[in-house]
Design a protein. Structure first.
Lengths: 368, 368
């Protein structure tokens, strides 16, 4: 028996401002534009770390910059599942189904473990790469356990080891995407875990949550916008016209960040340091300052700064990902955070079960 | 841009007592032991309705006792997925994967529709029946669109049309399992939907949530207990010994209901009205009064009344379901509620994204 429920509080739609848990994993400080994972600044982690090191940090709390995390094998049954999916399958549906089938082939006893977190985080890039090849009529490529996760993913996607700059840019994207507090997908993963369900169920639910455009975004729109703003010169006219029409600019403004999104800053820094930038990144850097200047001039009252999507899109285009794979790539990066939250939830578990206001019909008899 | 977040409120672990949304679908009144769907008492719905009528009521608000809802077809790609799963796959993993693969084969545009809700609710019984046959080395059976959902499920499971009593008992179970406010799985379905993700993603996430024993229960334990309490006579001694040992009795007491669980009452009424009761139901009825009498005598301070699991187990055993299929059968019944909540969430949508208390390390430099 549990204690009687606490007295209900005022209803806050969308649980806005309602504290639903505690975490040691990340601090999102929207006012100051700061993001830390276990206390370490996101810019430092991107500058000196790698996705495997960051995932390990989130799971264990330990900083080991040389931590090794390759992509994982695809069980034969899961490969059969991937081959069965229609080639028109949406990538998020394919990833969700692949992880669900993977979970069906694994023993994943409660409580979730770091090994389980590693296993699903390393499985999913292989699954997404296999799906992308299969739908293009190509055979999947086996993981190379000597490669780190992001390099391995690109190798399995293209059949070639990526150049250092390409791998570095995508690794930086994976680091900034790894964790971000109680967003909707992470919160879902914690609710699933709170019932003592398994880590695959948590990740599957999180993928399905991130599939929604209010969470996973609409990355192709950022790409379209960058395509239209061809250079710094034409960008200025384009931005002024868009704002005059009342259009929303993609890649600027954020629900949480009032200041410059520290993830965008970290990605720009990596981009600026690259010897041979992909064209998309080159253009994004050129255009950004123009957009910010026009925004500040036309809307000084709004705190519209660059957000992470602005740099995510050119990074993902730059490494050759099709735009319809962007949300799935975002999901791959967030595996570290989802699974770290599953571990954290399980370590001090309590069923997450809110109350609901009934606003329906009074009690009544069925019609005769 | 959204408004600045509201001021944080005191932290309530597990969101206990926190109102996370509004609903017109059901009212759970734990103090008085009452449950209504759209205002209609659960006992009346079981006495005069059917699962198709109740599902339609939840989706549309309209009461049509003759509403027709058969089981649905399994797309060829999904059958390939089911055949690929190892025969040792846990039924909840199989159902989660089947619904995910089904979603991958469907167009499910936002917002979710009643047709989408019907489609996934009618698909899943066929998928679970096919899985149960495949793991037993039997071929799946095509749906018979002339049968109502519960009868069709039993037909696809066994190859035979069930007798009226068996179908009636399971239909009653499906009605009482159809909806129950903001339990963890339903809440998950609403969080997923709130991102504008699709109805299959919502149901997949809900199945993964219900897989957890804190939500989906441990039905085999109720079966074990009933096996040990062989008759009303031996039950009394068994219960007294169990309570003296401090053991928890399965099927008695509930997180929400202080009074007799109205779902258990409805199932008992159906059982009592059956001409030829399955042995399991006969025994459950005999034993229940003994247990309640001993509980009231030994623990008058506790409000331990019969809960729905006490009657769910003998109903499911009575229709010949293997105990490891019970949580999946529970999930089939809850499809109506999950999908009705997806429709309700979408109709007045707002992203569900709570806040979190950061309790981790202060900002720090990476080790040199």
């Amino acid at each position: 028996m549990t204690d009687p429920p606490a007295a209900p509080r005022p209803y806050s739609p969308g649980l806005e401002g309602v504290i639903a848990g505690e975490t040691s994993l990340s601090l999102v400080d929207g006012e100051r534009g700061r993001l830390t994972y276990r206390g370490y600044r996101i810019g430092d982690l991107v500058a000196r770390g790698s996705y495997p090191a960051v995932a390990n940090l989130l799971w264990t709390g330990d900083w080991d910059p040389t931590h090794h995390l390759p992509t994982g094998p695809i069980p034969a049954q899961v490969m059969t599942v991937l081959r069965a999916l229609p080639e028109t399958t949406k990538p998020m549906d394919a990833l969700r189904t692949a992880v669900s089938a993977w979970g069906a082939t694994q023993e994943l006893p409660w409580p979730p473990t770091i090994e389980q977190a590693r296993a699903v985080t390393s499985f999913s890039p292989s699954a997404l790469a296999a799906f992308a090849r299969l739908r293009a009529g190509q055979e999947p490529i086996d993981p190379d356990p000597s490669l780190e996760l992001v390099e391995g993913f690109l190798y399995q996607l293209t059949g070639q080891r990526p150049d250092i700059g390409t791998a570095r840019a995508l690794d930086a994207y994976f680091i900034v995407g790894a964790e971000h507090g109680f967003n909707a997908s992470t919160f879902t993963a914690r609710v699933v875990t709170s019932t003592r369900s398994d880590i695959a169920s948590a990740v599957v639910a999180a993928i399905g949550t991130m599939k929604g455009p209010l969470h996973g975004g609409a990355p192709s729109e950022v790409v379209d916008q960058l395509s239209q703003m061809e250079s710094a010169e034409s960008a200025e006219a384009w931005v002024r016209e868009a704002l005059d029409r009342g259009d929303r600019l993609m890649g600027f403004g954020h629900r949480v960040y009032r200041a410059y999104d520290p993830r965008a800053a970290a990605l720009r820094t990596v981009a600026e340091g690259m010897e041979h930038k992909p064209d998309w990144l080159e253009r994004a850097i050129e255009v950004e300052d123009v957009v910010l200047r026009v925004l500040a001039e036309k809307h000084p009252e709004r705190a519209l700064k660059t957000n992470v999507e602005y740099y995510a899109a050119p990074v993902l285009m730059g490494v050759g990902l099709a735009p319809d794979l962007f949300p799935a790539a975002f999901s791959l990066s967030r595996h570290a955070g989802w699974t770290a939250h599953a571990l954290e939830q399980a370590a001090d578990n309590r069923l997450i079960r809110p109350s609901v206001n009934y606003i329906g019909s009074a009690e009544r008899d069925l019609p005769a």
